[in-house]
Design a protein around this ligand. Structure first.
Ligand SMILES: C[S@@+](CC[C@H](N)C(=O)[O-])C[C@H]1O[C@@H](n2cnc3c(N)ncnc32)[C@H](O)[C@@H]1O
Length: 262
């Protein structure tokens, strides 16, 4: 009888052990996603803090650059991030000769680049704008800041453009007819909503107009559409992707190898 009692107790203990094991596995299953989520959130917060610090530093650097009586337009949001703007201005500022800059998509960056060219005392920015309202707005800012000598905003409505069997809506290319020897390109339009890989035509259209060692900046490079565009450009044209620290903008170098245009 004593032995039977012991056996049934042993059975019960085994059952309980199995239950405990099952429960702890369930608890681990329950906690793991929470732990992953917590690690992910901590990483995101650390990145946000670092990015915000960089942005504040970039804004301070930018506002130290130019003496202005009218405040320069704010960056971020729909416009370039301040640290991307700093990166472009750094590149343009150190060129020996007067640079020719072409910008796809006008706005705050137009005024900042114009202000740098005025400070350098030479160079030209041609800014393409598809939207009449923003064309008027940007042009007004250029006038308000007295930058007409250095900046030309060109109205270039989006038009159908076929490239190797693919259809796009891109800036009316007549707006670029007289343009030659571009040193810098800022690809920040057309807006994503205007079509799939909307910014792809920039390279095939502008390639034949680039100066040797031109530099191309592509904003929003982390978006799937833009990274697909950049991959395609790197495969199709003789370009090099440079390492771009701490901005969401890609920096591409053209060494003057292959030439071609639409
Ligand atoms: C990505 S935004 C960038 C414009 C510019 N490169 C910049 O960084 O300031 C591209 C388009 O936004 C539109 N845009 C211009 N000014 C704007 C404003 N104040 N608010 C919203 N969109 C604007 C224009 O049509 C422009 O081509």
């Amino acid at each position: 009888e004593g032995e039977d009692g012991l056996r049934s107790m042993r059975g019960r203990v085994d059952e309980l052990c199995a239950q405990v094991k099952g429960s702890s596995a369930q608890i681990v299953d329950l906690l793991t996603p929470q732990a992953d989520w917590r690690i992910d959130t901590t990483r995101r917060l650390q990145r946000l803090t670092r990015d915000t610090t960089n942005e504040v530093q970039a804004v301070m650097q930018l506002h130290d650059l130019y003496p202005t009586t009218i405040p320069l337009p704010t960056l971020g949001g729909w416009a370039l991030q301040a640290k991307s703007m700093v990166r472009i201005l750094q590149a343009v500022a150190v060129t020996k000769n007067d640079p020719l800059v072409v910008e796809c998509g006008s706005g705050a960056s137009t005024v900042w680049i114009g202000a740098l060219l005025r400070e350098r005392g030479g160079g030209k920015l041609i800014s393409l704008e598809h939207d009449e309202r923003f064309y008027d707005e940007t042009r007004q800012m250029v006038v308000d800041h007295g930058l007409e000598q250095f900046v030309e905003v060109r109205l270039a409505p989006l038009r159908p453009l076929s490239l190797e069997g693919r259809d796009f809506e891109w800036y009316a290319i007549e707006a670029l007819e007289d343009v030659e020897g571009i040193n810098f390109v800022l690809v920040d339009g057309p807006p994503q909503a205007t079509g799939k890989e909307a910014r792809y035509p920039a390279m095939p259209v502008l390639l034949g107009k680039l100066a040797r060692h031109a530099e191309i900046f592509v904003d929003d490079a982390e978006r799937p559409d833009e990274s697909a565009i950049i991959d395609r450009w790197l495969a199709d044209f003789k370009l090099t992707l440079s390492v771009q620290p701490a901005t969401r903008m890609a920096h591409i170098l053209y060494d003057g190898g292959v030439r071609g245009s639409v």
